[in-house]
Design a protein around this ligand. Structure first.
Ligand code: SF4
Length: 53
């Protein structure tokens, strides 16, 4: 894994099954555009890996 790869994801979505102490514990996550053809701000993105508890 390259040194510059993000290995810690802080996430405040504590209702997600992968969330532990405001950190993401999923082995990987997928982030998609949020219904737009070209994202220009963070609300235009969303975590596809979210799973309800
Ligand atoms: S899977 Fe997505 S929503 Fe769930 S804890 Fe990880 S980053 Fe947050």
């Amino acid at each position: 894994m390259p040194d510059n790869k993000c290995q810690q994801i802080k996430c405040t979505v504590t209702e997600c099954a992968y969330n532990t102490n405001v950190m993401c514990d999923a082995p990987m996550i997928q982030v998609d555009r949020n219904g737009v053809s070209k994202a220009s701000n963070s609300p235009h993105t969303r975590c596809e890996t979210f799973k309800p508890r």
